[in-house]
Each structure stands twice: as structure tokens, then as C-alpha cells.
Write a protein that binds this ligand. Sequence first.
Ligand code: BUP
Length: 455
Amino acid sequence: EGARTPRVALLPSAGMGHLTPFLRLAAVLAARGCDVTLITPHPVVSAAEARHIAAFLASASPRVRSLEFRLLPFDAASATSTDPFFLQFEAIRRSAHLLGPLLASACPALSAVVTDVSLISAVAPVVAAVGLPNYVIFTSSAAMLALCVAFPSASASLGGAADTFEVPGLAALPINWLPQPLRDPGNLFTTQFVENGRELTRVDGIMINTWDALEGETLAALNAGAVAHLPPVIPVGPLPPVKPRSIPGIPWLDDQPERSVVYVSFGSRTALSAEQIRELGAGLEKSGCRFLWAAKSKKVDKEDDGVVLEELLGDDGFLRRMEGRGLVVKDWVDQDAVLAHPAVGGFLCHCGWNSVTEAAIHGVRVLAWPRHGDQRLNAWVVERGGLGTWPTEWSWEGDAELVSGEEIARRVRELVGSPDASDAAAPVGEEAVRAAEACGSSRKALDELIEKWGR
Ligand code: BUP
């Protein structure tokens, strides 16, 4: 009695890794009776973002509407990063003041604003000025959240000789697990990370696409005051993938034996070097296993358009030799559908957080090969949570060492070479599904929040 329809504005930042949880949350909130305004920063960096926003809005519930947020021009030349996605975070942050009138003029009035963590220190003051409750989606693991909130006060210790970094709620992490730019205090990413980490102690709540059965210890530590003044950390995952987007299926998978195929992908914004791509190809060939490989050589998808697969893989007949046993694709695949396919038995994965949650939902075992950013911490969560294995010695972006084809072949055989191996992640999958079901831990947490917004 007396409950109002909660009206929530969602503000994502840049890149598919950040957009994805926002679209999923928008769909879940609409299904739970909320009115949702999806604020879409314009222009976007990748073609994938533009396509997914358009397709999502075209098929979304009438409860979801969009509001285009035109960004001011931003001169990237003076910025201390060249990563196009970090530059876009900055462009959005610098336009944040324009959001004030948009949020204030919403009619009927909004109940809350949910902002991507990468924008929060710039957006929170604007939301506060309008007098609205301020929530964050943290777009990675709870482990990464623990690092993010600990970093501002502890980063000074990075300059010293220690090779570990103390994170309350997680214990000591090897320094080389931290996102690479954090070693450089002058990097744009580091500046944003520190400011956002501080702001997290001032927001009303932090929503995160994880769940108790996967990261219960870390969540409990964060919610028990491991970091002073942290607001409630609210696990709402795994957020279910939004379907269907008219992406063609992969009929080849239908002809493969159950759980025989390793799916290989490094996400939407990770490029491998030409040498490592060849070595990976050699490894997949030597493994003798079936594979589906989503290959890319550029950070931003638009730049991949002119790249020819044969050139990427070395023109030595690899594709011809693999015909029937392996499929290499350059275009966007419906990864969730791939992971749901009975032929897929393992995932050689960069450990972008969305990918980890999708592997978990489908109980697909992961062979972790983190490349940059939050991915090493996420890989640690994968191994600790029983979802897969992480050969910690495998190189990441910027390390000189190539991982050899021999080594890759051996690990891939371990991953999909036997039915027992691919069964190992099934319990993680069952728990993931349970968390999001009625009465599940994440569903309860989300319902409580929605109820609060409706008061
Ligand atoms: Br590539 C690709 N199809 O072909 P992550 C990605 N995806 O569905 P990332 C496809 O994009 P960050 C493709 O399922 C996941 O939902 C995938 O997000 C989907 O990694 C999303 O896994 C990618 O978080 O982002 O893109 O590296 O670095 O921000 O984590």
C-alpha cells in the first residue's frame, strides 16, 4: 500500500563490458515493474555498442525509454592515456554537468540514478545537486571492488619494494595482478580509479553483477566494514543475458559431439599480438580438439573490418587444415548462445567479468588467460570459485613472453579432453542460476532495493 512505481535512470559508460550489465539490469528492472530511463552517451566508441543499444531499445519493454546524452567535444591529445575507452570515460565525465537539467526535468520525478563506476566521481555531485539517491553498478567482480575501494588510501605503498598489495577483504595480492596502468600514478585510468574509489564511500549503494555462492566471502567482508564507510554492496547477479538480438547462430556447432568444443574468445576490446595469434592457432591445432575461435586483432571493432582472417592467422593453410575440426570467426558471435550450446565443453577466456558470469550461468569450465585490467583478479575468482583453472604464469598484455603452442595444446586438452573435466563447473552453474531465481540471494537483494525505491 502506498508504493509508487520506481523510476530509475541508468547511465552506462563505454565499451561492451560496461554497456552489457546496464542493458541486462534495465531488462530485469522493467520486468520487476520499474520504469527505466536508459541514458545513452552519444557518440559511442564501438560499432558493437551502437548496434546493441539500437537492438535493445527496439525490442525492450515499453517500460524502458531512452534519453540521448550528447557529449561535448573532448580533445584527447592532452590526455595521459591512449586507450579509446578510457578516453571516452573522460569525455563522458567532462560532460556530466549537462546531466543535471536532464535528470531534474524527468517527469514524473526519478526515484534513483544508477551510474557506471567509471563515471561516478564526476556524476555523483550532479545527482546529489538534483537531490536524487545515487547508486553505482560496479561492472566487475567483488574482488575488483575490494581493490577499488582500498586503492585510494593504500596506493602510496605501490612505490616501495613490496611485491604484494594489501586489500582488506582479500588479503595480500601479488602486485602484478593489479591493472597495469595503476602502477603509473599519472595515468588517466589511475586518476579516475582513485577518484571513483573515493566516491564509492559516499554513494547510497553499490550494485554488482556477482552472487553469494561465487564471491560470498568477499561480499561479506565488504558488507561487514572491511573498508570504512562503504555503503551496502548489493549482489544482483548473475544478470541474465538479454535475448534475442538478431545475430545469426552457428550451425556448425549443431554437428559437433556434446561438450567437445573449446570456445576461444578474448572479449570485445582485447587484441592479441600477431605472434601470439599464430601460437594460439598452433596450440589449437596441436591439441587435436574441436574449437570455435572468435578472433580479433584490434581494440576497437571498427578497425577490424578490413582485416582478413588468412592474414591474421598466417597464410600457411591453417584454416584449410582445420576445416571441419575448428571454426574461426571474426564477426560478433552470440556468446551466450555459444556457451549455452551442448557442444561447448570449455571456454578459453580472457576473464572479462561479463564473460565469467556467462560461463558460470551455463556451467562451462574456464581456462583463464587474463590479458589486462581487472582480468587477473577475475581469473583468481574463477579458480577460487571452482569455475576453472588459471595458469598464472601465462603472460598478459605487455609481458614479453609468448605462451607457446605446446603449452596451449596441453591445457586445452585438459579442458575439453575428457567429459569429467567439463563436468567440473556444473555445480557453479547450478548455484548461479539459483541465486537469480525467485527466493535466490540476488533476487532478494534486488527486490529489497526496488521496494526501497518505490517507497
Ligand atoms: Br567479442 C564478443 N560476442 O563476439 P566482457 C563479446 N560478446 O556476445 P570485454 C559477444 O560481450 P571489459 C562477441 O558475451 C560479453 O557479454 C560477451 O564483456 C559479449 O569483456 C561482452 O566479457 C563482453 O566483460 O569488456 O569486452 O573485454 O574489458 O570491459 O571487461
